[in-house]
Ligand binder design. Structure first.
Ligand SMILES: NC(=O)c1ccc[n+]([C@@H]2O[C@H](COP(=O)([O-])OP(=O)(O)OC[C@H]3O[C@@H](n4cnc5c(N)ncnc54)[C@H](OP(=O)(O)O)[C@@H]3O)[C@@H](O)[C@H]2O)c1
Length: 351
């Protein structure tokens, strides 16, 4: 990571800017007094107020012509496929001061350990959107940006992004569930690490980095904490906010039992958000926040992230993870039944 001698940007282009992270970034850039241009189709949502909106469609190379001849001090891009990246680089690479590309932690090929190996990139003009090629596509996008921007490129690899506007709400299952009360099924081991990055922290850091001329490639993720600390941290925030009146009652179930009962990890139907099985995913939520923090990333306390998430999303969450109360009750019931039959000591016996 290095610092280029960039002057603070004034003319900022956000490729995206109509939803979630890229929208938060555009809004923050306006708040900081930059002249902000947002370029997208306008299909995912509205750009924030007080930006110039340029309608482009990156699904065709001609679809970005509206940006021809423009110059920017800083560009931010969240593209997922190389076919979207090459054409804007052709137009703008020689006309910008700093280029920030949002990649993903899914570029890493190994999930069982924390290792630097990357997925094999897709072709440099690939338009393949298959979810199985997500990491490989981002590697190809990163390579294009590095080849064309060299010392002006800042590439960040976020893990799970959480916060206002989250379209997945994998974290969101937990505050919603804890707010309902009763016996809560907690997955696996309490010290199993989980990690995330708050959308507002990330947007602020990306903008700070452009303002400081920071370049290089870094993971963008908070420090891992145990699942137990995570769940009790959420509960504490809900207690402080008066959303719950008493601490939750968690029952930790081993992963083999959960698998047997049809409880899935991470996301999707009958899943528990942020939980990943061992040993296949021992490395997936174990990356260090250290290098990003050393490069200026400021991490909100979990309680602040939870309270912001609650204010923004709790009324209309877009949950892509979670168990129904019926399923959770059935799994807990099966566990207690087995414990009684085989005389397995439970939490009460341990107390
Ligand atoms: N969410 C996570 O947990 C997570 C984790 C790791 C990495 N990431 C990465 O973080 C970034 C998130 O970006 P985001 O929050 O802004 O959400 P996003 O859903 O990736 O936003 C994509 C943006 O690109 C625009 N876009 C899409 N297709 C387009 C086209 N054909 N032409 C022009 N513009 C187009 C969209 O606007 P229109 O549809 O209005 O055109 C939208 O503003 C992505 O790079 C993602 O890969 C996310």
């Amino acid at each position: 990571m290095t610092y280029a001698s960039a002057a603070a940007p004034k003319r900022v282009l956000v490729l995206g800017g109509t939803v979630y992270l890229s929208r938060a970034l555009a809004r923050l850039a306006v708040e900081r007094g930059h002249d902000v241009t947002v370029a997208a189709r306008g299909a995912s949502g509205e750009p924030p107020e007080d930006v110039e909106f340029v309608r482009i469609d990156r699904d065709t190379p001609e679809g970005v012509e509206a940006l021809r001849g423009r110059e920017f001090d800083a560009v931010f891009d969240v593209a997922r496929i190389p076919a979207h990246v090459g054409p804007v680089l052709d137009l703008l690479a020689d006309r910008v001061g700093h280029w920030s590309f949002v990649s993903t932690i899914s570029v890493y090929a190994r999930h069982d350990v924390v290792a630097p190996d990357l997925e094999e990139p897709t072709a440099a003009d690939s338009a393949d959107r298959a979810v199985e090629r997500y990491g490989a596509s981002k590697v190809a996008c990163e390579n294009l940006v590095r080849e064309r921007l060299g010392a002006k490129a800042f590439i960040t690899r976020p893990g799970l992004i959480v916060g206002a506007g989250d379209g997945n709400d994998r974290l969101g299952y937990w505050p919603l569930r804890l707010a309902e009360g009763g016996e809560v099924l907690a997955p696996g081991e309490p010290d199993r690490p989980v990690q995330w990055i708050d959308v507002e922290d990330y947007a602020a850091w990306l903008l700070d980095a452009a303002e400081a001329g920071l370049t290089g490639t870094l993971d963008a993720i908070g420090e891992p904490i145990g699942m137990g600390a995570f769940l009790y941290g959420i509960a504490e925030a809900l207690l402080e906010a008066g959303i719950i009146g008493e601490p939750p009652l968690l029952t930790w179930l081993p992963q083999d039992f959960l698998a047997e009962q049809g409880v899935n990890p991470w996301a999707g139907p009958d899943s528990l958000g942020m939980w990943l099985p061992s040993p296949e995913y021992d490395g997936h939520q174990g990356r260090s926040a250290g290098p990003a923090v050393a490069a200026g990333l400021r991490l909100s306390p979990l309680g602040d992230t939870v309270k912001r998430w609650w204010r923004a999303n709790a009324e209309a969450p877009r949950l892509k993870a979670g168990l129904s109360r019926e399923k959770e009750g059935a799994v807990l019931g099966a566990w207690h039944d087995r414990r009684r039959r085989f005389d397995v000591p439970g939490p009460e016996a341990e107390a």
